[in-house]
Design a protein around this ligand. Structure first.
Ligand code: NAD
Ligand code: UDX
Length: 483
C-alpha cells in the first residue's frame, strides 16, 4: 500500500488529500499539522473549513484510508510520498518585506523531513512557492548524513475555494514538474499514477521543476489581471455612462477573450492572488526585470484603487461623512460559499468606513464574530500565520464599539443609513427589500459591490442605488466622489 503524508491541514491540504483518499482506496493518506485544534476539528463533525461537498468526502474515507493527526514525525517517517502544503505568507519584515514569500514554514517542514526520514521519499511542493524553491529544498534534504535520496516534485494546486471539491474531482489540468533525470522521471510517474486513478492522462501535464513552479504564479497573475482589467473598465463606465456588464458580455463573446472571470467587483480577495503577484513582482526585481515587475504590480494597485474608490463613493454619496451613521455590511467572506476571509475586500472597505467614524453592523452567513474582529485588528499580511503564531496585541485604528456582528441581514440593516453588499451570497438576492427600506433611515442608500441586486427594482422602492460599473443615479452624479 502506498503511503502519503501531507504536512499542512489547511484549505488545500485537507480537501486535496480527502479527494485523493476517496479516489484511491489502495492509498493510505495521513494529513498532519502542528495546529492541534485544527486537527481536532478535522476529526470532528464540525470540519475546520466550510466547502460544499467536503463533509461528504471526508465522512466516506475518514478512519478507513484517511487520517488526521498531530503526530507529524511518525507519519512523515512512514510515508513514501510527502506533500508539503504549509502556508507561504508574504514577508512582513526584513529583506523583501511586503513582497517576498516567507518560506519559514516550508523550510522548517523540509528540515523536519530530513531529520526523521529513514527511507527514500518523494517530496511534493503543494504550497505555492517562488520559482527555484525546489533547488533550495533539495539542498536542505540532500545534506543529510544518512545516505537517503529525496526526489522533489512541484505539483501546484489550482482549486478555487467554494468549488474546491468540484475542481479536485474534475480538474482542468494536473501539473507535475520534476527533474529531467531517470530518478526524477520515476518520481513523476509515481505521482502521476495517483492522479491517473480519476484524471484522464491528457489532463496530466508534466514539465521541468521551474516551469511548474512558475506556472502557478503565472496562472494566478493572469486570472487576477483579468479582474483588475474589468475593474479598471468599471471606473470608466461610471464616468461615461457605459454599463460594465454590457461591456463584459460584448468582449467576452470574442472567443479569444472568453466570458469567464470578467465580473467586476469591489476588488478581488482570497489568500492567493495578491500574495502570489507580490511574490512574482519580487522575483522579477531580483532577476533584474523592473519593467516586468511594475507591469504585474499594477494589477494589485488597481485592486487597491477599486476598494478605496468604493469607500469614497459611499462617503461622498452620504454628504461626505459617515460619522456615527449606521452602515450595514452584507457579506464579509472574500467570495460566496466559503467562510474564508483572507484578504477579503471587506476588510479594507470596513477599515475605510471606520476611519470615517461609521458604525458598522456586519452580517455574513459563514463568518464568525471572532474572525471579523480579528481581521479588522490584524496588521497587513499577519493573517497568513497559524492562529497561535499571530501577534497577541494587535493594534487597531478604530474603537471596538464601532463594530457589531449580527445574525441576519434584517438586523444588520435596521435603522441603517446605508447598506454595502460586499459578498455575493445568494440569500442577498431574495431579501425583502421593501421591508428593509421601511426600517432604514432616509434617504436610504445601497452600494452593491457584487451585482447582487436588481438596481431598477430597488430604485422603484425608493433606494438611492450605486452598482459598481453601472451608470450613476442623478443623486450620485451630483455628489462626485474623489476617486
Ligand atoms: P492554510 O494556512 O489554510 O494551511 C496551512 C497549514 O500548514 C496550517 O494549518 C499550519 O498550521 C500548517 N503548518 C505550517 N507549518 C507547519 C509545519 N512545519 N508542520 C506542520 N504543519 C504546518 O493554507 P492553505 O490555504 O491551505 O494554503 C497552503 C498553500 O497552498 C499556500 O502556499 C497557498 O498559497 C497555496 N494555495 C492555496 C490555495 C487556496 O485556495 N487556499 C489554492 C492553491 C494554492
Ligand atoms: C484562486 C484561483 O482561482 C485558483 O485557481 C487558485 O488555486 C487559488 O486562487 P480563489 O482565490 O479561491 O482561487 O477564488 P477565485 O474564484 O479565483 O476568486 C478570487 C477573488 O476574485 C474573489 O474575491 C472573487 O470574488 C474575485 N472575482 C473572481 C472577481 O472579482 N471577479 C471575477 O470575475 C472572478
Amino acid at each position: 500500500m502506498v503511503k502519503i503524508c501531507c504536512i499542512g491541514a489547511g484549505y488545500v491540504g485537507g480537501p486535496t488529500m480527502a479527494v485523493i483518499a476517496l479516489k484511491c482506496p489502495s492509498v493510505e493518506v495521513a494529513v498532519v499539522d502542528i495546529w492541534d485544534k485544527r486537527i481536532a476539528a478535522w476529526n470532528s463533525d464540525q470540519l475546520p473549513i466550510y466547502e460544499p461537498g467536503l463533509d461528504d468526502v471526508v465522512k466516506q474515507c475518514r478512519g478507513k484510508n484517511l487520517f488526521f493527526s498531530t503526530d507529524v514525525k511518525k507519519h512523515v517517517k512512514e510515508a513514501d510520498i510527502v506533500f508539503v502544503s504549509v502556508n507561504t505568507p508574504t514577508k512582513t519584515t526584513g529583506l523583501g518585506a511586503g513582497k517576498a514569500a516567507d518560506l519559514t514554514y516550508w523550510e522548517s517542514a523540509a528540515r523536519m523531513i530530513a531529520d526523521v526520514s529513514e527511507s527514500s521519499k518523494v517530496v511534493v511542493e503543494k504550497s505555492t512557492v517562488p520559482v527555484k524553491t525546489a533547488e533550495a529544498i533539495e539542498k536542505i534534504l540532500s545534506h543529510n548524513s544518512k545516505g537517503i535520496k529525496f526526489q522533489i516534485l512541484s505539483n501546484p494546486e489550482f482549486l478555487a475555494e467554494g468549488t474546491a471539491i468540484q475542481d479536485l474531482f474534475n480538474p482542468d489540468r494536473v501539473l507535475i514538474g520534476g527533474r529531467e533525470t531517470p530518478e526524477g522521471q520515476e518520481a513523476i510517474q509515481a505521482l502521476k499514477d495517483v492522479y491517473a486513478q480519476w484524471v484522464s492522462e491528457d489532463r496530466i501535464i508534466t514539465t521541468n521543476l521551474w516551469s511548474a513552479e512558475l506556472s502557478k504564479l503565472a496562472a494566478n497573475a493572469f486570472l487576477a489581471q483579468r479582474i483588475s482589467s474589468v475593474n479598471a473598465m468599471s471606473a470608466l463606465c461610471e464616468a461615461t455612462g457605459a454599463n460594465v456588464s454590457q461591456v463584459s458580455h460584448a468582449i467576452g463573446k470574442d472567443t479569444r477573450i472568453g466570458p469567464k472571470f470578467l465580473n467586476t467587483s469591489v476588488g478581488f480577495g482570497g489568500s492567493c492572488f495578491q500574495k502570489d503577484i507580490l511574490n512574482l513582482v519580487y522575483i522579477c526585481e531580483c532577476n533584474g526585470l523592473p519593467e516586468v515587475a511594475e507591469y504585474w504590480r499594477q494589477v494589485v494597485k488597481i485592486n487597491d484603487y477599486q476598494k478605496s474608490r468604493f469607500v469614497n463613493r459611499v462617503v461622498a454619496s452620504m454628504f461626505n461623512t459617515v460619522s456615527t451613521k449606521k452602515i450595514a455590511i452584507l457579506g464579509f467572506a472574500f467570495k460566496k460559499d466559503t467562510g474564508d476571509t483572507r484578504e477579503t475586500p471587506a476588510i479594507d472597505v470596513c477599515k475605510g468606513l471606520l476611519v470615517d467614524k461609521a458604525e458598522l453592523s456586519i452580517y455574513d452567513p459563514q463568518v464568525t464574530q471572532d474572525q471579523i474582529q480579528r481581521d479588522l485588528t490584524l496588521r497587513k499580511f499577519d493573517w497568513d500565520h497559524p492562529i497561535h503564531l499571530q501577534p497577541v496585541n494587535p493594534t487597531s485604528c478604530f474603537n471596538v464599539d464601532q463594530v457589531k456582528v449580527v445574525r441576519d441581514a434584517y438586523e444588520a440593516t435596521k435603522g441603517a443609513h446605508g447598506i454595502c453588499i460586499l459578498t455575493e451570497w445568494d440569500e442577498f438576492k431574495s431579501l425583502d427589500y421593501n421591508k428593509i427600506y421601511e426600517n432604514m433611515q432616509k434617504p436610504a442608500f445601497i452600494f452593491d459591490g457584487r451585482y447582487v441586486i436588481d438596481a431598477d427594482k430597488l430604485r422603484e422602492i425608493g433606494f438611492i442605488v450605486f452598482s459598481i460599473g453601472k451608470p450613476l443615479d442623478a443623486w450620485l452624479k451630483d455628489m462626485p466622489a474623489v476617486v
